[in-house]
Design a protein around this ligand. Structure first.
Ligand code: AGP
Length: 594
């Protein structure tokens, strides 16, 4: 997810573009750039934040330009890979948000036709395609170029000898801001609100032709009308998409994040090199290292991979692993890290490489340190995660682990087909959890009155209990702890009582009966119990104080729907307690020190 902007009017474009880009940095901030039409095209771009670029860039006087702030997907953040991208002659500049899935094929074809490419990005093919089809009309050249392109895009195209900007979208947002003798284009409303609250939302397949005084929208070669809307949000509200906090926005992004992450893998041919060897030889194991929420994903991954691949998996907390005296060599090591910059995890990766392990990184950030240490990187497609509390990245990490396990699974083909079908239904199941948000708010109001809370689970939902406690503690400052339900009687029972509510995560699997017993034991010691159960489970409802119901899914996928429900519980409990949800005290989004 990147942010793109365009300006055409009678004011100096440079400062307006930089100001608009700054308001889109929540969409991506690893590099940025602008292109201004004047005598030819002036491009200034680098792997820096918008503020820094603004300070270092020379002055350009043109009144038409485009800009971009990046969240790298293809090609690590660098000056060359930053947008805008030009054609061979430097006459066409393009900024792009999205992923061109057939870019390699297009690049090979254009290279054979004499086009030279300088970046590693998918985007650069667009400016070269427009150059190929340009016969005097920019919008027609863009139309032809888009016929060749597969994937998602929002683009803005600049050509100095054309007194217009051309914009187009498919599966990526793009809006036009209407001014007085000036017009704006942007990925999202926050960029424009300072200048206008009159906008046109482009639809998939629309091409906008924007000049200082006019806005035309074309579709399938003919002009159409698009309604003007008045925006009622403040800039801050708009950056959060109308949500009060980034955490809630990111929780609600999860159905799309799951689709994007799964979409990424359908394009990949091979998952984790080396796993097949372990599966077939039966020699070796998988070692997962991570910290915090990513460690909880790793622990869930242990259950997933052991069940579907029947090979031994160790999940280790990286900061502890770094002081283990012994590391097994014949191991495929998987390091999970959203930011790709967590010091303890990077140290573990280096150590594992030193002893000859094959190291695979699962990360959300292209070009991060983890991708440079790893032998192979698998990206999750969660997009920028602004809230310190990891939510959508955790779910996307689970999707990566399901995909890895199912790619090499030994279980019968029919089961894999069924699991694949269920995996693709997960976005809509998660949407059902989100649609039930109001019911969770009631539980949050109740929970917000306590200072100690326990979460319990068994099997694949034990790590879910750990993650739920982590999230509640992180954002609401309630001291929450997660336990394997079977462990409660070995110590935590001593803290049970009316002041310590317990949230029991109950799956309809082999652990069901044991969870029933644990709940009865806990109730007998005076703790209120809220059970998170599958819809239609009336047995538990009788036993507990209240229930949170989630859609019925295959147990192996239950961590996804259960976690989303518990993320909402943590969020609304923190909101009840008026906590600074997106930036909890004493924490950082990426912990780059040991
Ligand atoms: C989770 O909400 C926290 N922000 C924190 O525990 C985090 O998961 C941990 O610091 C690991 O970060 P990483 O995934 O970027 O390596």
């Amino acid at each position: 997810m990147c942010g793109i902007v365009g300006y055409i009017g009678n004011k100096r474009a440079q400062s307006i573009l930089l100001d608009c880009l700054k308001k889109l940095e929540y969409r991506g901030y690893d590099s940025c750039g602008i292109a201004i039409a004047g005598d030819g095209i002036k491009v200034y771009k680098d792997a820096v934040r918008v503020g820094t670029l603004g300070k270092s860039s020379p002055r350009f006087d043109g009144t038409t330009g485009i800009g971009h702030t990046r969240w790298a997907t293809h090609g690590a953040p660098s000056q060359v890979n930053a947008h805008p991208h030009l054609d061979c002659k430097g006459n066409i500049a393009v900024v792009h948000n999205g992923v061109i899935s057939n870019f390699q094929e297009l690049r090979n074809r254009l290279t054979s036709e004499g086009h030279d490419f300088i970046s590693e990005t998918d985007t650069e093919v667009i400016s070269h395609l427009i150059e190929k089809y340009y016969r005097g009309s920019l919008e027609e050249a863009v139309e032809s170029a888009l016929h060749d392109i597969e994937g998602s895009y929002a683009i803005i195209v600049l050509m100095p000898n054309e007194t217009k900007l051309v914009a187009a979208r498919k599966d990526s947002p793009l809006i036009i801001g209407i001014g007085d003798r000036e017009n704006f284009i942007a990925s999202d409303v926050p960029a424009l609100l300072e200048y206008t609250d009159r906008v046109i939302y482009l639809e998939d397949g629309d091409i906008g032709v924007i000049t200082t005084d006019s806005i035309r929208v074309r579709r399938d070669g003919s002009e159409i009308n698009r309604k003007e809307h008045k925006v009622l949000w403040t800039v801050a509200e708009a950056q959060k998409g109308g949500y009060e906090h980034f955490m809630l926005k990111e929780i609600h992004e999860q159905p799309q994040v799951i689709r994007n992450t799964l979409g990424e893998y359908t394009r990949m041919t091979d998952s984790v090199v080396g796993l097949a060897g372990i599966r077939d030889s039966g020699i070796g194991s998988v070692l997962m290292v991570a910290c915090g929420t990513s460690y909880h994903a790793a622990l869930t991954g242990k259950y997933i991979i052991e069940e579907l691949l029947s090979i031994p998996v160790r999940a280790e907390i990286a900061s502890e692993f770094n002081y283990y005296s012994h590391v097994l060599a014949r191991t495929v090591a998987v390091a999970i890290t959203q930011s790709g910059e967590t010091a303890d995890t990077l140290k573990a990766m280096k150590r594992l490489k030193e002893v000859g392990c094959r190291v695979v990184a699962i990360t959300n950030v292209v070009g991060s340190s983890a991708t440079r240490i790893a032998n192979q990187t698998i990206y999750i497609r969660a997009g920028p995660e602004i809230s310190v509390a990891a939510t959508k990245s955790f779910t996307a990490q689970l999707i990566a682990l399901y995909w890895i396990a199912m790619s090499y699974s030994k279980v019968d083909a029919r089961r894999i087909t069924e699991l694949n079908m269920e995996l693709r239904q997960l976005p809509s199941q998660v949407q059902r959890v989100l649609d039930d948000e109001d019911k969770i708010i009631e539980h949050a109001k109740y929970l917000s009155g306590f200072e100690d809370v326990f979460f319990i689970g068994r099997g694949i939902n034990y790590p879910v209990a750990l993650e739920a406690a982590w999230k509640l503690t992180e954002v609401s400052y309630i001291h929450a702890a997660g336990y394997a339900a079977g462990e409660m009687k070995h110590c935590p029972f001593t803290l049970l009582g009316s002041n310590t509510p317990v949230i029991a995560i109950v799956a309809k699997d082999s652990t069901y009966e044991a969870m029933l017993t644990n709940i009865k034991e806990i109730k007998a010691r005076g703790s209120p119990v809220i059970a998170l159960i599958e819809e239609g489970d009336e047995v538990i409802e009788e036993l507990v104080d209240s229930v949170i119901t989630v859609p019925r899914v295959n147990t192996i996928f239950s961590p996804v729907v259960n976690t989303v429900a518990l993320q909402l519980l943590a969020y609304y409990t923190a909101k009840e307690r008026d906590c600074p949800i997106d930036y909890p005290r004493n924490l950082a989004k990426s912990v780059t020190v040991e």
